[in-house]
Design a protein around this ligand. Structure first.
Ligand SMILES: [Zn+2]
Length: 415
C-alpha cells in the first residue's frame, strides 16, 4: 500500500463542501473543520478530520506537524487566462491612461495585433519558457490550476505553435494548465477574406489537428462588435459541437450579445459580462453555463465590474478569473482581483472563495478538484492565520505560506 502523510493541525480547513454550484452563498454555509488534519495518499486526499484523532490512524507513515496558526483552502483555479504570449504592452497601458483612444493606440502600433506580431516572432520554446514562468508565479499565490488560451497566433501554424507551447509548458509548470483554442479572437489583419471564411478555414484545418495531437478540448470565441458576431460564429460552433469540443465564449465585454450565444450553444462558460443587462443575467441564471467575472480586465481598463451580485442573486453560477494577458489585464493576481471584486460588488467570503475554487473547476468541467474532500486531488493553499476571513481581508497581500499540488509540497515559504 502506498504510504500516507498527515498534515496539520490547521486552525481551520475550509472544505467548500456542500455549497450549491449556483446562486448566493452566506459565510455561515461554509463547512469549516477546526483543528483539522488532512491525510494524503499519492496525489489525492484520503481523509480530512480532527488532527488528534487522525494521528491515531495506523496507516500514516509520516506526519507533518505545523507550528502556529494556519488556514487551509482548496488550491485556487484560474479559469480564464492568456499567459502564453510574446512581447509586452506597457506602452498601450501608459497611452490608455493618458487618455488615448483604442484607435489611437492601434494606429501607434498597439492593441491585440501588437501581441499577435510579437507572439508570431517568438519561438515555441520561448513561449513554453515564458508560460512556465508566469504559471509558477501564479502557483506561489495559491493557484494550482490555470486555463491558458491561444489566440495570438491567428493562423493555422501560429495557433498550433502556441498550443504546442502550452502543452509542453504543462509538463514542467507546477500548476496544471488547461489549454483552450481561441483562434476566433479577432479576424487577423493579414487574412484575405471575410470573418466566416477565416472561421471555416480554422474549423476545417485546425480542429482535426487539435484532436489528433490532443492540444485542446475547448473552443473559445470573442463575440463582440470588434470581433465576431452571433451570425459569424454559427457554423464554427456547430462544427465544434459536432466534434465534441467544449465551448466557451468571451461574452458581453463591451456590448451585450455573447452570453445569449453561449447559452444557445450550451457553452461551459460565458466570460467577461461587464456589459450584461438584466436580460442577459436572466438568460445565464436559467442555464447551466457558468458566468465568469474577470475583475483584472476591469481594473486594467478602468471599466465597470461584472454585475456579480446581480448574477448570484438571480441564481447564476459565478466563477472569478484573472484574464491575465499583456493588454487589458496585466496584473495577473487572482486573489487580489477577486478580493477587490468582492468589495465593489458586495460578495461574501463564501461567494468569492466559491468563485475561485469549485465553481471555477466547473467552468473547466473538472470534477477532481476545487473542494477538499476524500478522493479529490490534494491541491491546497495554506495561509498563516487563525481566521479564513483574513485571506480576502488582506486583499491579496496575505500570500500562502505553503502550496500543495497533487499531494506534493511544491511551495514552502518556511524554507
Ligand atoms: Zn480573455
Amino acid at each position: 500500500m502506498e504510504k500516507s502523510t498527515l498534515i496539520g493541525p490547521f486552525k481551520q480547513i475550509i472544505t467548500m463542501t456542500g455549497i450549491p454550484i449556483k446562486g448566493a452563498v452566506k459565510d455561515s454555509e461554509l463547512h469549516i473543520v477546526s483543528d483539522g488534519g488532512i491525510i494524503i495518499t499519492g496525489s489525492t486526499i484520503t481523509k480530512i478530520g480532527d488532527f488528534e484523532l487522525l494521528k491515531e490512524s495506523d496507516k500514516i507513515a509520516e506526519t507533518i506537524t505545523l507550528k502556529g496558526n494556519h488556514v487551509c483552502v482548496p488550491g485556487f483555479i484560474d479559469a480564464h487566462t492568456h499567459i502564453c504570449f510574446g512581447g509586452s504592452r506597457t506602452k498601450d497601458y501608459a497611452m490608455r491612461n493618458a487618455g488615448k483612444s483604442y484607435l489611437e493606440i492601434a494606429h501607434a502600433g498597439g492593441g491585440i495585433w501588437d501581441t499577435v506580431t510579437q507572439t508570431r516572432k517568438a519561438t515555441q520554446e520561448e513561449l513554453t519558457k515564458s508560460t512556465i514562468k508566469l504559471a509558477n508565479r501564479h502557483l506561489k499565490n495559491g493557484t494550482t490550476t490555470i486555463e491558458v488560451k491561444s489566440g495570438y497566433g491567428l493562423s493555422i501554424d501560429e495557433e498550433l505553435k502556441m498550443l504546442r507551447a502550452i502543452k509542453e509548458a504543462n509538463i514542467t509548470a507546477m500548476p496544471d494548465l488547461i489549454p483552450t483554442c481561441l483562434a476566433a479572437h479577432m479576424l487577423p489583419k493579414d487574412f484575405q477574406g471575410t470573418e466566416t471564411a477565416y472561421l471555416s478555414e480554422i474549423a476545417e484545418r485546425l480542429f482535426p489537428i487539435l484532436k489528433s495531437e490532443k492540444l485542446a478540448n475547448r473552443i473559445d470565441a470573442f463575440i463582440e462588435e470588434s470581433a465576431f458576431s452571433a451570425e459569424d460564429i454559427k457554423d464554427y460552433f456547430n462544427t465544434a459541437r459536432a466534434m465534441q469540443f467544449d465551448i466557451t465564449v468571451h461574452a458581453d465585454q463591451f456590448t451585450p450579445a455573447g452570453s445569449k450565444v453561449a447559452v444557445n450553444y450550451k457553452a461551459i462558460s460565458a466570460d467577461h459580462l461587464e456589459a450584461s443587462t438584466d436580460n442577459e443575467i436572466a438568460i445565464l441564471a436559467n442555464s447551466n453555463t457558468i458566468a465568469v467575472a474577470l475583475p483584472g480586465a476591469s481594473i486594467g481598463l478602468g471599466c465597470d465590474f461584472t454585475p456579480a451580485r446581480k448574477l448570484l442573486d438571480a441564481g447564476a453560477a459565478l466563477a472569478i478569473a484573472s484574464d491575465h494577458n499583456p493588454g487589458s489585464a496585466p496584473m495577473g493576481d487572482l486573489l487580489t482581483q477577486a478580493s477587490i471584486l468582492g468589495t465593489f460588488q458586495k460578495l461574501t467570503n463564501a461567494e468569492v472563495l466559491s468563485g475561485i475554487t469549485f465553481r471555477a473547476a466547473a467552468a473547466l468541467k473538472l470534477q477532481d478538484r476545487g473542494k477538499l474532500e476524500e478522493g479529490l486531488l490534494a491541491d491546497f493553499a495554506v495561509f498563516h492565520s487563525d481566521n479564513y476571513q483574513d485571506i480576502l481581508y488582506n486583499q491579496g497581500n496575505l500570500k500562502p505560506c505553503m502550496v500543495w499540488k497533487d499531494g506534493n509540497l511544491v511551495y514552502d515559504k518556511h524554507n
